[in-house]
Design a protein around this ligand. Structure first.
Ligand SMILES: Cc1ncc(COP(=O)(O)O)c(C=O)c1O
Length: 241
């Protein structure tokens, strides 16, 4: 971002992670409404941002359709698997398939050190209805409504909520929600690296890890969304080598 000319201001409050950076961005925006425009990279925050981001990201499922048609002659995959932090890459990958009931949509959250470890970010498994960053959705919170500090090895999944679209997909059962631990994600990333020469982002590696937990038929057309590259995560990967 700096290389492209942006001034980067680190968030110094709270746990200094994604939740706190979002707090700081919204705080700056409401304090400087004359010269600041807020933008967000996930399907969270106040309306209309979740809707805008989902529509912009929907180019992913448009592209999936085009590539599937080209390579398999079929427009629809049987499964689409994507990781969920706030939920933007999953929203984009699911978008044009939501009404196609035959397409199985699989969202993968970060189980961190394990769902019951107290160090996790699997919002649908551990959360309840609440309001965070201006939208009502599912949220990891205490009985008093205080946000529970999430944990994930991947900075992008280290978020205590999910966007309202995903809360709806979860509630209606249109998408299934599962989770991968830090260790499962790193192993899946190493595997992709060895087999395909691709270093995936740690976030995407959570979706890849899901492949080991599902059974497929030979005729299935399974799409795993690689939401980003792993060069930003090399320092973390190196610790496991
Ligand atoms: C590469 C990558 N994938 C996924 C995510 C998770 O965000 P979202 O759930 O909005 O796609 C992030 C967040 O920073 C990311 O950097």
């Amino acid at each position: 971002m700096k290389m492209l000319g942006a001034t980067v201001v680190p968030a110094t409050s709270g746990s200094k992670t994604l939740k706190d950076a979002t707090n700081e961005a919204i705080r700056d925006w409401i304090n400087h409404p004359q010269n600041t425009h807020y933008i967000i990279g996930s399907v969270v925050g106040p309306h209309p941002y979740p809707d805008m981001v989902a529509r912009l990201q929907s180019v992913i499922s448009k592209e999936i359709k085009a590539q599937l048609k080209k390579h398999t002659g079929k427009l629809l995959p049987t499964h689409v698997i994507a990781c969920v932090g706030g939920g933007s890459n999953a929203a984009g990958a699911f978008y044009h398939f939501i009404k196609e009931k035959k397409v199985s949509l699989v969202a993968v959250e970060a189980a961190g050190c394990g769902l019951q470890s107290g160090k996790s970010a699997a919002t649908t498994q551990l959360g309840s209805t609440g309001v965070l960053h201006g939208s009502k959705s599912l949220l990891m919170q205490t009985a008093d409504g205080q946000v529970v500090e999430p944990h994930s090895i991947s900075a992008g999944l280290d978020y205590p909520g999910i966007g309202p679209l995903h809360a709806n997909l979860f509630k209606t059962g249109r998408a299934s929600f599962d989770s991968s631990t830090d260790d499962e994600a790193v192993k899946a990333a190493m595997n992709l690296c060895k087999k395909e020469g691709i270093i995936p982002a740690l976030e995407s590696a959570h979706a890849l890890a899901q492949l080991n937990k599902m059974k497929f038929k030979k005729t299935d057309r399974v799409v795993v969304n690689l939401s980003g590259r792993g060069d930003k995560d090399l320092a973390t990967y190196m610790k496991f080598l």
